[in-house]
Structures are given as structure tokens and as C-alpha cells.
Design a protein around this ligand. Structure first.
Ligand SMILES: Cc1ncc(COP(=O)(O)O)c(C=O)c1O
Length: 371
């Protein structure tokens, strides 16, 4: 066995050295197999607590008997629906097996061992992993007061910089940069550097914080704007996300992707979810109410937190976050500790339903009071 491990290590791409598998967290079913743990509340992966769009569920049911066929490899209907809603052309869209696939695809298409990718720290781990796997040099720029330090990111650009990754809102802080800061940043950045804006939580953002990135796409600027059906639309398990960019950039990504990367049920569900304005509105309302509820509770407990523009909150519990998360899990509440992101005493909690938030707060009270 050991010999085999050594042989695999020798055969593997050198860029994979030091990469460890992404930690997706444990599934609810597994946690419920622990003795004494029942009725688990999962607030660990920024999913929609309302569930999927009902229209999407209906669309899947209607399409089920067609799963013997390959899906539309070009995503025709979904691209048209997106184009109509976002005032773009279908040629502006690349579809992905979740937006994570497009992060990976873009790094693979543009980065190599001679290049540099600039990423904030902490930010969504997938940017780092995708960059590292290409052999490119990671340039990490610490957040400033929990927000992207765009001025410093711009200063770190060299003639090797090919890509810059910006999560807006950022995961795990939930913070955004303001539209005028983005405009100033793009004025600074050389036109041949690709800026990837990850807007996975776009639909939760306050209107005044939403930048007009699609304007840049329309004008042919090299930006790649990512959104997903995994968050507010409630379709995380189906794996469907999309990117928007000038058509030549999309065409390059298309050359490198798998032919049927987005399955047929995901495509019909995504089209239906896009038109489900009731589900969207209800999801936003629930999130706003949960946000107020949790802010209040954190203030009452004297815990500092980062105000969020998304559906999760970064909170400092003042104690080892791994231990607190473990204790919460034993009480049936799954939360993501942020120690791996360098935030030793922080938890990232997804905003749940009123009852789920109550369960979390009660378990947190018991844990912090009891330790
Ligand atoms: C910032 C950010 N981008 C992308 C994703 C993943 O989205 P998808 O499910 O579309 O791959 C997440 C999921 O947690 C995220 O937090």
C-alpha cells in the first residue's frame, strides 16, 4: 500500500502537492447516526432554509421520464431565460455544474506555472484550490476590516498577474465592496487581467450595494461574473451555476468544459426557479427576519459579529471555534467553524428559519455558558 502511495505521489502533477480534499462538511444523515443526536438543524452550508423553489420541483417531476436522454449540452433554454431576465445575449453565458465548476474551469483556462492569481484572505477556498492546481503562484491579500482591500489587491498586480478573484459578498465574512469601489478598481486594473466576481449571494444583497457588473460584460471588459442556483433558489443539490462574460471569453471556457456538464433536471429546474418570484421574495424576507433575530441575540450575548450582505453571519464566540462547533453538533446544530480560514474563534452561521435560529442560539447559550 505504501509503495502504491509513493508511486501515485511520483506520478501526480507537482501542482497538486499540498492540496488536501475540500472539506464539504458532514451530511445531516451522518450526524444523526451519532448516539443521542436527533432532529439535526444544519446551518453550515449557506443553503436556503425554505427549501427549493416549488416551481422547480414541479418542473423536475414533469421532466423525470426523460432522464434516459442526454441533456441539452448547450443549455439553450436556460441561457435564453437568463439572457432575457438579465438583458444579455445567450452568448454571454457559460453554464456550470455549480458555479464552482466555472471557477475551476476559468483557472484551468487562463493560469499556468508562470502566472499569478490574486485572492483575498480569507475568502472562499475554491479560488485558492483552483489556482494552486494550475501551478500558478497564489498572491494572498489580507482583508481589511473584514472587507476586500481592493487598493492593495491592485497594488499587487505584476506583469504575471492573469486573474483576480473577488467574492462579493465574500464568504466567510458576508461583506461587500461598494459599487464605486469596484468601478475605481476596474479603472486601475490592466484590461488584460481577468477579474472574476463571484456573486453567489447576489440576490440577498441590499439593492444599493449591487454593482453593475453586467454593464462591464456588455461593453466587452474581461470580467467573469458568477452566480448560482444553489443559494436563494434552493437547488444546491442539483449543481447548477452560471457565468457571464464577453462571448470570446465564454467560447474559450466552452472549449475546455465537459460536453454535458449540467444535467437535464438541473436545467429545467433552473429555468422554473428563475421565474419563481414568489419563492425569491419569501426567501429574501425570511433571511432579513432571521438576520434581525440573530443580530439581536448576538448583541444580547455580547458577541461581536460582522454585518452581512448575504445569508450567513460571521460571529466571534471568543472561544476555540472548533470546540464550540463540536459541542453544538452534539446538541444537533451543525455550524461551520472558521479556524481553517485563520479565524480561530469565529463561527459562520447560515441564517435559518426562526425555529432553527432559536435552536442554534439555545445550543450556543448552553455551550458557552457550560464551558
Ligand atoms: C462564495 C461562494 N461561491 C460559490 C459557492 C458554490 O456555489 P455552487 O454550489 O454554485 O458551486 C459558494 C458556496 O458555498 C460560495 O460561498
Amino acid at each position: 500500500m505504501r509503495a502504491l502511495v509513493e508511486m501515485i505521489d511520483k506520478l501526480a502533477s507537482p501542482y497538486l502537492k499540498g492540496l488536501i480534499p475540500y472539506n464539504p462538511g458532514r451530511p445531516v444523515e451522518e450526524v444523526e447516526r451519532e448516539p443521542g443526536v436527533r432532529g439535526v438543524v444544519k446551518l453550515a452550508s449557506n443553503e436556503n432554509p425554505l427549501g427549493p423553489s416549488p416551481l422547480a420541483v414541479k418542473a423536475i417531476q414533469a421532466a423525470l421520464l426523460g432522464i434516459n436522454r442526454y441533456p441539452d449540452g448547450g443549455g439553450f433554454s436556460l441561457k435564453w431565460a437568463l439572457a432575457e431576465q438579465l438583458d444579455l445575449e445567450p452568448e454571454h453565458f457559460i453554464l456550470g455544474n455549480g458555479s464552482c465548476e466555472i471557477i475551476d474551469l476559468s483557472a484551468r483556462c487562463f493560469l499556468g506555472p508562470q502566472d499569478e492569481g490574486i485572492i483575498a484572505d480569507p475568502a472562499f477556498m475554491v479560488y485558492r484550490r483552483a489556482t494552486k492546481a494550475t501551478g500558478a503562484r497564489l498572491v494572498l491579500v489580507p482583508l481589511k476590516e473584514h472587507r476586500h482591500d481592493l487598493a492593495e489587491m491592485a497594488r499587487r498586480i505584476t506583469n504575471r498577474t492573469k486573474m483576480i478573484f473577488i467574492g462579493n459578498p465574500n464568504n466567510p465574512t458576508g461583506t461587500c465592496v461598494e459599487p464605486r469601489e469596484i468601478d475605481a478598481f476596474l479603472d486601475w486594473v490592466p484590461e488584460e487581467v481577468i477579474v472574476l466576481f463571484d456573486e453567489a449571494y447576489y440576490e440577498y444583497m441590499p439593492e444599493e450595494l449591487k454593482p453593475d457588473l453586467l454593464g462591464y460584460v456588455r461593453r466587452g471588459r474581461l470580467v467573469l461574473v458568477l452566480r448560482t442556483f444553489s443559494k436563494i433558489h434552493g437547488l444546491a443539490s442539483l449543481r447548477v451555476g452560471y457565468g457571464m462574460a464577453p462571448p470570446p471569453l465564454v467560447q474559450l471556457l466552452d472549449r475546455a468544459r465537459q460536453p454535458f456538464n449540467v444535467n437535464g433536471l438541473a436545467q429545467v429546474a433552473a429555468v422554473a426557479a428563475l421565474g419563481d418570484s414568489d419563492h425569491l421574495a419569501a426567501s429574501r424576507l425570511l433571511n432579513e427576519a432571521g438576520k434581525i433575530q440573530l443580530y439581536q441575540q448576538f448583541q444580547d450575548l455580547g458577541l461581536s459579529f460582522v454585518p452581512t450582505a448575504a445569508n450567513f453571519i460571521l460571529v466571534d464566540v471568543g472561544k476555540d471555534a472548533n470546540e464550540v462547533a463540536e459541542a453544538l453538533m452534539k446538541k444537533g446544530v451543525m455550524i461551520h467553524p472558521m479556524a481553517r480560514y485563520g479565524l480561530r474563534t469565529h463561527l459562520r452561521v447560515t441564517i435559518g428559519t426562526r425555529e432553527e435560529n432559536d435552536r442554534f442560539i439555545q445550543a450556543l447559550l448552553d455551550t458557552l455558558g457550560g464551558s
